[in-house]
Write a protein that binds this ligand. Structure first.
Ligand code: NAP
Length: 281
């Protein structure tokens, strides 16, 4: 496998066309990474590719709809076909306030933020291991603290709560449990995993709020540049090379809620997710 990049490193960032993912991808490219922007829309990703090109960076668009297993597999196939190493996977894409089910048959938030990323990670895991040292960064949220424990009885039904708040909090808890179990399963492979709370960040994730309210609350939030700091720290800080499975807020490892430290729940979530993706692996 050959790489022609300024620092010899290759990254794939999901949801890199806006918000935290856009800044994460741009700053990695600025540091010399070759960056793959795995996003739903080529048109919406074009301005980010142009921005990175203007910095002299290397970036490429890969189509990805995390709600559709066929699209996730096509994205993984397209990346693997390039025969490049992979040193960093940033599972960043997310949504809130959108009700319904994904094309793959999961509740919308869980299906996109957890199941799509689970399948993508499974498909890219061998390449990450072959490229070790390598890292997986999963963008979770402090809102996991509002979920008292992980349950799976709701994840194959349409969203139930009006603003999908419960679904969002449980999904972000799933993101942290996923990182815990990844750390266990990847121990000794040279691939390490990190869960992140980015802060309360003024991005499009608030698009479901009424316009004037969104504009008002965004004034009290941090910028996407600040929001990307912890993802970038977990992706690149040399002092984190020996850490895996932890949860980071403002670039520091902190204890997540007790429900996010439940190793049995982490294993149950993994086993269920593995069974759900098995038919398409
Ligand atoms: N903003 C905050 O305050 C905050 C706080 C805690 C955690 N987070 C987390 O931070 C991450 C990034 O969010 P953000 O705040 O930067 O929001 P954002 O600007 O709305 O970005 C979300 C990204 O996810 C993509 N996405 C949504 N559904 C997708 C799908 N089915 N397949 C592929 N990509 C999809 C979006 O693409 P489209 O443009 O095509 O929709 C967009 O690129 C999310 O995981 C979010 O939960 C955010």
């Amino acid at each position: 496998m050959t790489t022609v990049t300024a620092n010899g490193k290759v990254a794939l960032v999901t949801g890199a066309n806006s918000g935290i993912g856009r800044v994460t991808a741009r700053e990695l490219a600025r540091q010399g990474w070759r960056v793959f922007l795995a996003c739903r829309s080529g048109e919406k990703t074009r301005p980010v590719l142009d921005e990175i090109a203007a910095l002299g960076g290397q970036a490429e668009f890969l189509p990805l709809d995390l709600g559709d297993f066929a699209s996730v597999n096509a994205c993984a196939d397209a990346f693997l076909a390039r025969n490049l190493p992979l040193h960093l996977l940033v599972c960043n894409a997310g949504l809130s306030g959108k009700r319904g089910m994904t094309a793959s048959g999961f509740e919308m938030t869980f299906g996109v933020c957890h199941m799509g990323h689970f399948l993508l990670t499974e498909r890219l895991r061998p390449r990450l291991s072959d490229s070790a040292p390598a890292r997986i960064v999963v963008v979770a949220s402090k809102m996991h603290r509002w979920a008292s424990y992980m349950t799976l009885d709701w994840v194959q039904q349409p969203s139930r709560t009006p603003g999908t708040l419960r679904e969002y909090c449980l999904t972000k808890l799933a993101n942290i449990l996923f990182v815990r179990e990844l750390a266990t399963r990847l121990a000794g492979s040279g691939v390490t995993a990190y869960a992140v709370h980015p802060g309360i960040v003024a991005t499009d994730i608030w698009r479901s709020l009424p316009g004037p309210l969104a504009a008002l609350v965004k004034r009290f939030m941090v910028t996407p540049e600040e929001g990307a700091r912890t993802s970038l720290h977990c992706a690149t800080a040399p002092e984190l090379a020996g850490e895996s499975g932890r949860y980071y807020d403002r670039c520091k490892a902190v204890e997540p809620a007790p429900a996010a430290q439940d190793l049995h729940a982490a294993r149950r979530l993994w086993e269920a997710s593995e069974a759900w993706v098995r038919p398409v692996l």
